[in-house]
Design a protein around this ligand. Structure first.
Ligand code: SD4
Length: 290
């Protein structure tokens, strides 16, 4: 089969997918493409769900989660890390420079400094003000699709046909201190198997962790399901454990080895961005509820 590079990412992250496509079309690796791609969103201070500018936890601290996975099933992850602007790059360093897969909290931050990352204030004026406002009532609830973005999860296939993925988030706004979602957990927020394909998730992480969602979707593709059918089954598996519950959103996207893609979500509103030689498109996704 002819190999056609492709990149997809959760939500309509146009700049991030364009950056990844730039890397892929210059014959770069899928691994470089997903790292460079999601870094665009980590750096964007207007995006309050990823990287710098992300919403803080209840104590006012911005704590970031990210993971990355390559074609050889190497993976790296940082969770609950403060003061570092590009958690995805630290996750890649964990993968490449340590004997470990996950570094958490202060240990992850210390490792980042040792690798030459600079201390950065992640709390923007905007996010600080909104947190002050939130504190007045301290009412915690998850809100569906409020901004039409959330975690960025990205999957790419390069000119060699190799697959890599990355996932990065500031997690739920006003989460409890120390809370970790699905995004830095290999198998939950992201999974790549170079023989089969990859999957990644956005939305309420607790629900994705319960079913090890991304791993499930890749395994379903291994058994012969299309990326679309596998994503649908992934969401249905979650909804089976949450009968009647409507108060959370989850979106999955997936790509298989042939470059076919798919996505599915709980509530309408989730989209994914696809970039290939056929151009780019913001794809709307069917949902469990309508
Ligand atoms: C998480 N999937 O931490 C991420 C993003 C999120 O509401 O904040 N969801 O669960």
């Amino acid at each position: 089969a002819v190999i056609k590079p492709i990149v997809i990412c959760t939500w309509n992250f146009q700049n991030a997918s364009a950056k990844a496509w730039e890397v892929l079309s210059a014959n770069g690796s899928a691994l470089d493409a997903v790292e460079e791609g999601v870094k665009v969103e980590e750096a964007d201070t207007n995006n309050q769900t990823v990287g710098v500018g992300g919403r803080p936890d209840r104590e006012g601290r911005v704590t970031l989660d990210a993971c990355i996975m390559d074609k050889d099933a190497n993976c790296g992850s940082v969770m609950c890390m403060e003061n570092i602007a590009h958690p995805i790059s630290v996750a890649r360093k964990v993968m490449e420079e340590t004997p470990h897969v996950i570094l958490a909290g202060k240990g992850a931050e210390l490792f980042a400094y040792q690798q030459g990352f600079e201390k950065t204030n992640l709390l923007t004026e905007q996010s600080r003000k909104e947190w002050e406002e939130w504190k007045k009532e301290s009412k915690y609830e998850t809100i569906i699709n409020i901004e039409n973005h959330d975690t960025i999860g990205m999957l790419a296939i390069d000119a060699n046909g190799d697959i890599a993925g990355a996932c990065t988030t500031s997690g739920m706004g006003y989460k409890m201190a120390g809370r970790v979602g699905d995004s830095p957990i290999i198998g939950a927020g992201l999974y790549v198997d170079n023989e089969v394909g990859g999957a990644t998730a956005t939305g309420v992480g607790e629900e994705v962790v319960r079913t090890v969602g991304s791993f499930l979707i890749v395994e379903l593709m291994r058994q012969g399901k299309s990326p679309q059918d596998a994503c649908e089954e992934g969401v249905k598996r979650i909804m089976k454990k949450n009968e009647g519950r409507k108060d959370f959103q989850i979106g999955f996207i997936a790509v298989n080895k042939n470059g076919e893609t798919g996505g599915y979500c709980v509530h309408p509103g989730f989209t994914y961005r696809e970039f290939s030689e056929n151009g780019h498109e913001n794809k709307s996704v069917e949902s469990f509820y309508n």
